[in-house]
Design a protein around this ligand. Structure first.
Ligand code: NAD
Length: 306
């Protein structure tokens, strides 16, 4: 590793990484690449073997992964799994050393983030919520946006690790603030995908040249990261995840709950939540969120992607 790379990576840390799925797998591999000692655990063994092949170590349990770690990162599907893995019997807090830094990078509710931080504090463990945006490609390419809630001093300590995973890294406030910002992110992304899906169906019904139309739209005010990243999957009707509709539906549940708590009225959020629910009810929950297109096609009496 060159001197520049070493200073950006900070000193090598021993990191336990729990949850090696679509996002966690490449993120853990990027930490290995940046020179950190990474021990990974996942419910299914194949993901652990992939990390070992990338130069990490595999652990058969949460306890084995976290006991000697300086930093523990969780990247799990939702609140239930995070709560079980962190607070449950045999979980992270039962085995972690006081002084360790616990960073939950999953998307969960701000309330869960605050609960984790309080439970950590009782054990002398520092906790950050650090959800990400950028999708699978952002995880693979280490260009994620990372929105971080917690103490500034802990954010500073974790920064070299975040820089091995992402490009836009911002401390946005106290514990839970990262998850609040992520909920807003998920509204913007879902509304953008829905608008793009409606434009695609409109353009095709009108007989427009879809690839040409999306190319020119991408250069104007309608251009967006969503259009860049999702247009090919929409043109080709390739809905392999990516980010599953089930998970985006979970995230808009977090948003609408938080909006109710804060008194924010979000009509588009409610509508897109219902459209995601409709996709799930039609059996599309395991597809990428760009499959919102299939919902628009169903509404328009058009089932091209069946
Ligand atoms: P995923 O389902 O691919 O990965 C989750 C991993 O956790 C799986 O490998 C699963 O086996 C493992 N797991 C579940 N329960 C476990 C347990 N009790 N112990 C150990 N391992 C367990 O999900 P993902 O797409 O990687 O998403 C992870 C988180 O990141 C979610 O909160 C999601 O909302 C968020 N996120 C995903 C994306 C994306 O594009 N996929 C983007 C940004 C944020």
């Amino acid at each position: 590793m060159s001197t520049t790379e070493t200073s950006r990576a900070g000193r090598p840390r021993s990191v336990a990484f729990i949850g090696l799925g679509i996002m966690g797998g490449p993120m853990a591999a990027n930490l290995v690449r940046a020179g950190h000692e990474v021990t990974g655990h996942n419910r299914s063994r194949a993901a652990v073997d992939r990390l070992a092949a990338a130069g990490g170590h595999g652990a058969g349990s949460v306890a084995e992964a976290v006991t000697d770690a300086e930093v523990v990162i969780t990247m799990l599907p939702a609140d239930t799994e995070v709560t079980e893995v962190v607070l449950g019997e045999g979980g992270v807090l039962a085995h972690i050393r006081p002084g360790t830094l616990l960073i939950d990078m999953s998307t969960v509710s701000p309330r869960t983030a605050v609960e984790l931080a309080e439970a950590g504090r009782e054990r002398g463990v520092r906790v950050l919520d650090a959800p990400v945006s950028g999708g699978e490609a952002g995880a693979v390419e280490a260009v994620l946006s990372i929105m971080v809630g917690g103490e500034a001093v802990d954010f500073e300590e974790a920064s070299p690790l975040f820089h091995a995973l992402g490009r836009t890294i911002v401390h946005v406030g106290p514990n839970g603030a990262g998850q609040t910002v992520k909920a807003a992110n998920q509204l913007i992304v879902a509304a953008n995908i829905q608008a793009l899906a409606e434009a695609v169906v409109f353009l095709e019904k009108a007989g427009a040249d879809l690839p040409a139309a999306l190319t020119v739209l991408g250069g104007g005010l309608a251009g967006s990261a969503v259009l860049n990243r999702k247009k090919d999957s929409m043109i080709g009707r390739d809905f392999a995840p990516g980010f599953r509709i089930d998970l985006h539906h979970k995230d808009l549940g977090i948003l609408t709950d938080s909006a109710r708590d804060t008194g924010a009225v979000l009509p588009v959020a409610s509508l897109v939540t219902q459209l995601l629910a409709s996709c799930r009810a039609n059996g599309d929950g395991g597809l990428d969120h760009s499959a919102l297109l299939r919902g628009v096609e169903r509404l328009s009496g058009r089932e091209r992607s069946e």
